[in-house]
Design a protein around this ligand. Structure first.
Ligand code: PEP
Ligand code: MG
Length: 581
């Protein structure tokens, strides 16, 4: 009989794995209360410190094994755990408890961990909740040393197997990948958890949040991981196993054929060239963008420069990051978006953001920049300077009215004057653009098209603000509908207006990279798309099968009377009437 468990699929290109289960026991963070006999105290302190050192050595060794093409956040996760192992609170606390109370090392560590968790829990900050998970991973690692149990040693041979665990640390995930694990299944974890992000980057098919996996599944059992649908299947018959094995082969072949498309232009069957650019968040993402054949960066989200730190980045730090991207892209355009903090992107140095009554509608993005002009000017100066080294464009987020648009442009012009006066090399002709992310901006796109050199439609926020649906809130996710007729009309209106005004327009929201929506996006007249690097090759392949003029005609009909009941089906039909290339 087949047993199927469901969770969240993590599909980084290969979404299927078949293999026997290697069950990974959880590194316990539970210790029995145990007091020491007199005289053992300093010996126990030494035992504790030696365990901390071994745990740190082990992490350093794992860090040195990170493959060179692994995203930098992997090393950062491990560094964060190493830092915790050097944290005075975590080390000195147990040492004091051993000396003063005579606790065993394990018991002292657990008491200290419980005390720290209580503090984290009181703060109710989502970031600190992640820190709590990190703390447990680190404590688990030291406990394993104290009890001489190493999680990896408890694992059977991993190569070619599906590793099933309650939870995995980033370090575990790397080690398991290096050891040749075929897939991962965890009881806990969300799509944004460290394990999920890493598994995606490492191309390991995984299902996280598969509750009951460690109790319902048996070590050695044959398991199918269907990450595309977020399912794991045990007890499959040979027919089903063959089906999934064939699917693995097809996925591999598909991935291979996509890679061959890297240098092929994204031209439709009727010869219309579509420009495909990448959305990036860190300078390191340039590599992924280039590997997928990006023709530039259509959106560089710079808020990551401000997050998870106590101080604001200075002009030089901005400049260095931008130069890395400009140089990395080797003469292709780079669109740097100015600070878009607020709502789901919070930072430590701007506490007023967290105290907004409604962060999505409060002092965020351009509003914050126009209030804190010193922060804004610092960033503008760095962008202007980087623009002297390559084709850089400056893009402003979250505009709602033309006055703030003019104020922001005036600040850019002012900094151009200042830097020119100081003889600093800049690009004084830098193209300045705006994101269309609010219904207000879309409906008055004509004013924006006249003021700016280019516009870019940010559908992620445009959908959120048009439909009054928080894009980060699961409970209303069913209402977040990119195909809502109101959203389609706003996008269409923006594109048409830009065409009439002769202003370049592109799209950089997730809709651009979604194969279900790409024909519609093209059909609405968009020819410049920016998306996550992981979507670029697939988009290129799809574009080469489509006929632009036919799509335009089909979309025109669809948009004449977009019916809320039929639109999804109509969009699915777009481009389907034509024979593939
Ligand atoms: C958008 O809103 O569509 C967008 C691209 O910006 P972000 O996702 O960074 O808000
Ligand atoms: Mg946005």
């Amino acid at each position: 009989m087949t047993l199927s468990l469901h969770g969240i699929g993590v599909d980084g290109g290969i979404g299927t794995a078949v293999g026997r289960i290697a069950m990974l026991a959880r590194g316990s963070i539970q210790a029995e209360p145990r007091m020491l006999h007199h005289g053992n105290v300093e010996q126990e302190v030494a035992r504790f410190l030696a365990a901390v050192k071994s745990a740190a050595d082990q992490l350093r060794q794992i860090r040195s094994q990170i493959p060179p093409d692994t995203p930098p956040d992997v090393a950062e996760f491990i560094d964060a755990h190493l830092l915790m192992l050097e944290d005075r609170a975590l080390i000195q606390g147990p040492v004091d408890l051993i000396r003063e109370e005579g606790c065993s090392a394990e018991w002292a560590l657990q008491l200290k961990r419980n005390q720290m968790v209580k503090l984290f829990d009181q703060m109710e900050d989502p970031y600190l909740r992640t820190r709590r998970d990190d703390l447990d991973h680190v404590v688990g690692r030291v406990m394993a040393q104290l009890t001489s149990k190493d999680r990896q040693e408890e694992t059977d041979e991993v190569r070619g197997r599906i590793v099933v665990a309650e939870e995995l640390t980033p370090a575990d995930t790397i080690v398991l990948h290096n050891q040749g694990a075929a897939g991962l299944v965890t009881e806990y974890g969300s799509p944004m958890s460290h394990t999920a992000i890493l598994a995606r980057s490492l191309g390991l098919p995984a299902v996280v949040g598969a509750h009951g996996a460690t109790t319902l599944l048996q070590p050695g059992e044959l398991l199918v991981v269907d990450a595309t649908h977020g399912a794991v299947l045990a007890g499959c018959d040979t027919g089903t196993l063959d089906f999934f094995r064939r699917r693995i082969e097809l996925e591999r072949a598909h991935r291979h054929s996509l890679l061959e498309l890297k240098h092929t232009p994204a031209v439709t069957r009727d010869g219309i060239e579509i420009t495909l650019m990448a959305n990036i968040e860190l300078p390191e993402d340039v590599r992924a963008a280039l590997n997928a054949g990006a023709q530039g960066v259509g959106l560089y989200r710079t808020e990551f420069l401000y997050m998870n730190r106590d101080t604001l980045p200075d002009e030089e730090e901005h400049y260095r990051a931008y130069m890395e991207v400009v140089r990395g892209m080797g003469g292709q355009p780079v669109t740097i978006r100015t600070l878009d903090l607020g709502a789901d992107k919070q930072c430590e140095q701007q506490p007023e953001l967290s105290s907004c009554i409604n962060p999505a509608l409060g002092l965020r993005a351009i509003r914050l920049c126009l209030k804190e002009t010193a922060i804004f000017r610092t960033q503008i100066r760095a962008i202007l300077r980087a623009a002297a080294a390559g084709p850089v464009r400056l893009m402003l987020p979250m505009l709602t009215n033309i006055h703030e648009a003019r104020n922001a442009r005036a600040l850019v012009d002012d900094e151009i004057r200042n830097l020119k006066q100081d003889g600093v090399p800049i690009d004084a002709e830098i193209p300045v653009g705006a994101m269309i992310e609010t219904p207000a901006a879309a409906l008055t796109a004509g004013d924006f098209a006249e003021l700016f050199d280019f516009l870019s439609i940010g559908t992620n926020d445009l959908i959120q603000y048009t439909l009054a649906v928080d894009r980060a809130d699961d409970s209303v996710a069913y209402l977040y509908d990119p195909l809502h007729p109101a959203v389609l009309q706003l996008i269409h209106h923006t594109v048409r207006t830009c065409r009439e005004k002769g202003t370049a327009v592109s799209i950089c929201g997730e809709m651009a990279g979604d194969p279900r929506h790409l024909p519609l996006v093209l059909g609405m007249g968009l020819k410049q798309l920016s998306m996550h690097p992981a979507s670029l090759l697939e988009a290129r392949q799809q574009i080469r099968r489509l006929h632009w003029r036919n799509l335009r005609e089909e979309t025109r009909k669809l948009l004449e009377q977009p019916s809320p009941d039929l639109v999804e089906q109509q969009v699915r039909q777009l481009g389907n009437t034509e024979a593939p290339h």
